[in-house]
Design a protein around this ligand. Structure first.
Ligand code: ADP
Ligand code: MG
Length: 281
């Protein structure tokens, strides 16, 4: 069993009126089965409302399945005694860094998690330092978070999760509120965590270009896994991606159009460099 495994995971939001009668049911996650191995970089794509956040919240025991099961490092999330271990194993990073940073000083903020876990003071400082270094924010350790850019704040949030030594980090659209530079910084930091620190990464995004380096991609639609494969396998299916209302990168679209017009190119071109090379220029 991998670090995150689900079997027929289903979640329903139930709307009730004032008297408590059921007004409507939304099946936000619909019989999802997946198995994510320790150390993998996983991307989850999907248009708004496809069920990504609902799925993510199960990985941290914020939500519990209506039907089916999810195991985090082998622990069934519905077992109350495992809650603390589950939250420590799978850390979460959300969209808005302003809601996640509570400290007045960067290093203090990053230390909150391990402090709450009862980590000894000396080790807290070691963890704060290594976490801030891992996301390239060590030189800002004495700053007030207010003074930082969005991308920098988001990297501090990631360091805060990292300081709890999770095996897995789930990031729910961590770049959605950032400018292009901030997005690049955050993606670079996330790749580093995965490649250098060996942390399992589950990145939810709707920016296709952020998934190029993933080991595996899941595309969600209407609560289900609509596609799964390597980035190249996913990007090869341009028509299907358009059906799923995803924005295909310009360079992939261009290569797809050129191919349709008879230019000989491999499937699933992901970057400008690849296209230039494939065209023999
Ligand atoms: P995504 O993260 O892909 O945008 P969500 O998991 O947020 O998707 O939402 C999946 C579905 O569940 C959508 O139809 C959404 O409207 C519904 N939903 C999400 N949160 C709630 C909630 N708190 N109450 C009721 N319905 C919700
Ligand atoms: Mg969401």
């Amino acid at each position: 069993m991998g670090i995150i495994k689900t079997e027929d995971l289903t979640f329903e939001y139930i709307r009730r009126d004032e008297e408590g009668n059921v007004e409507g049911i939304t099946t936000a996650v619909d019989a999802v089965s997946l198995d994510i191995k320790q150390g993998q970089f996983i991307a989850i794509l999907g248009h708004n409302g496809s069920g990504k956040s609902t799925l993510a919240k199960h990985m941290n025991a914020i939500l519990y399945p209506t039907e089916g099961t999810i195991w985090v490092d082998g622990m069934d999330t519905t077992e109350e005694k495992s809650l603390w271990d589950i939250r420590q194993t799978a850390g979460m990073v959300f969209q808005n860094p302003d809601n996640q940073i509570i400290g007045q000083v960067v290093e203090e903020d990053v230390g909150f998690g391990p402090e709450n876990m009862g980590v000894p003071t000396k080790e807290i400082w070691e963890r704060v330092e290594e976490s801030l270094r891992a996301v390239g924010m060590y030189e800002f350790r004495k700053y007030s978070p207010n003074k930082l850019s969005g991308g920098q704040k988001q990297r501090v949030s990631i360091a805060g999760v990292l300081a709890m030594h999770p095996k897995c980090i789930v990031l729910d659209e961590p770049t959605a509120m950032l400018d292009p530079n901030g997005r690049k910084e955050v993606i670079r930091a996330i790749r580093g965590l995965n490649q250098v620190e060996g942390v399992t990464v589950i990145l939810i995004t709707h920016y296709m270009e952020e998934i190029i380096h993933a080991d595996k991609v899941f595309v969600m639609d209407n609560g289900k896994i609509a596609m799964e494969g390597t980035p190249r396998e996913i990007f090869s299916q341009v028509e299907r991606l358009k059906e799923l209302r995803l924005d295909v990168p310009q360079v992939t679209l261009l290569a797809h159009e050129l191919k349709k017009r008879g230019v000989r190119l491999p499937n699933g071109i992901l970057t400008t460099e690849e296209l230039v090379a494939a065209l023999g220029l």
